[in-house]
Ligand binder design. Structure first.
Ligand SMILES: [Mn+2]
Length: 355
């Protein structure tokens, strides 16, 4: 730790020593509960021109929006809670043995300018903001917000990376492939249907992990099968273990695509470990299984973007769900850093091979 605590000057003129000089501690060394709220205390860069000039590797953005939920609202409070759910100034990934911010320039681009109760506007401005941020060359990381946002977000990412083909790895208790929810076609249970229908994601390149409970019904599974979707229910993780399932999911996602988008609905984690979400479903992944999976995916495939959705702080306890989401992003960024380092090492080795 680089922290140098100030020491008062000796020989103070005052008995209380309040004239002592303490060197300022600096924003980076403030405790995590003080100072501005940015993800992992990264620089806060919201201006599009400044982003283009800086060309960061990764851009965090919040979308405080939950007008499209079907059950309990509250995910609009997710982005701020996720940013705050960090009680360490440490930035060392013990799992990967690296400091990601030494490898990648990661900035927090703030929140999309949502107006409550205007969902059509929210989806439009979110789509536009992702396009603007990606023009800087950064990989977008979206803190939700309800899962309906993945429709505009992933559409923007797919358009920005075209003609490279985008796959999606989708961790969720629910498939989010409803045609509509009581007539609503842009709800938080429908985004994956819209993305496949529009051809944004080829059905064969949409791979789901963690499905359980009671939804979707057989006719929706039938549609998913017709589109070529692959899914790995929670029972398969119980039987085969999470690493084997995630290995298969990565192979399936990259079979017909060049880049992967990772979408995480925090309700994939068991509500005992992540209660702060709108549509909880008992019997989910362990936190450590999800964090491990995110780390392996980010270091194992080329990520074009990711989101962590459905964190609803009003139902949370002791910030546990927000901490899961915060760490999902840290594991993803650390995995991307590991992949960058591995690539650099491999190209150095290739250059050393004599001709
Ligand atoms: Mn979802």
């Amino acid at each position: 730790m680089s922290r140098r605590l100030g020491r008062p000057r000796m020989g103070s003129a005052r008995p209380d020593a309040w004239d002592a000089t303490y060197p300022p501690i600096g924003a980076a060394d403030l405790p995590t509960y003080a100072g501005p709220v940015a993800w992992c205390r990264r620089p806060y860069v919201t201006d599009v021109d400044a982003l283009r000039a800086r060309r960061p590797d990764v851009a965090i953005m919040g979308v405080p929006f939950d007008d499209r939920v079907s059950n309990r609202p509250g995910a609009r409070f997710g982005p701020r809670a996720i940013r705050e759910a960090n009680s360490t100034t440490g930035v060392h990934s013990i799992a990967l043995g690296l400091e990601p911010f030494d490898v990648l320039d990661v900035v927090d681009t703030g929140d999309v300018d949502i107006i409550p109760a205007w969902p059509e506007r929210a989806h439009a401005v979110t789509y536009q903001r992702v396009r603007d941020v990606m023009a800087s060359g950064a990989v977008p990381v979206v803190l939700g917000g309800d899962h309906s946002l993945s429709w505009p977000v992933v559409t923007a990412v797919a358009e920005a990376v075209a003609p490279r083909r985008l796959a999606m790895l989708h961790f969720d208790a629910h498939a989010d492939t409803a045609d509509d929810e009581s007539g609503v076609r842009a709800g938080h249970g429908t985004p994956m249907r819209r993305l496949v229908e529009a051809g944004v994601i080829d059905g064969r390149s949409l791979v789901q992990v963690g499905l359980r409970g009671c939804w979707p019904p057989p006719e929706v599974f039938a549609w998913m099968g017709e589109q070529g979707l692959r899914w790995h229910p929670m029972t398969e993780i119980e039987e085969r273990g999470v690493d084997a399932v995630v290995d298969d999911a990565m192979a399936e996602a990259t079979e017909h695509a060049d880049l992967v988008y990772l979408s995480i609905d925090v309700d994939v984690v068991d509500p005992g470990m992540a209660p702060g979400t709108g549509t909880p479903e008992p019997g989910g992944m362990l936190t450590r299984e999800l964090l491990r999976s995110v780390r392996r995916i980010a270091s194992g495939v080329d990520l074009a973007g990711l989101d962590v959705m459905e964190v609803a702080p009003p139902y949370d306890h002791a910030e546990v769900t927000a901490m899961v989401a915060h760490r999902c992003v840290f594991e993803a960024v650390s995995g991307m850093a590991a992949r960058r380092l591995a690539r650099a090492a491999a190209s150095t080795r290739r250059r050393r091979v004599p001709a």
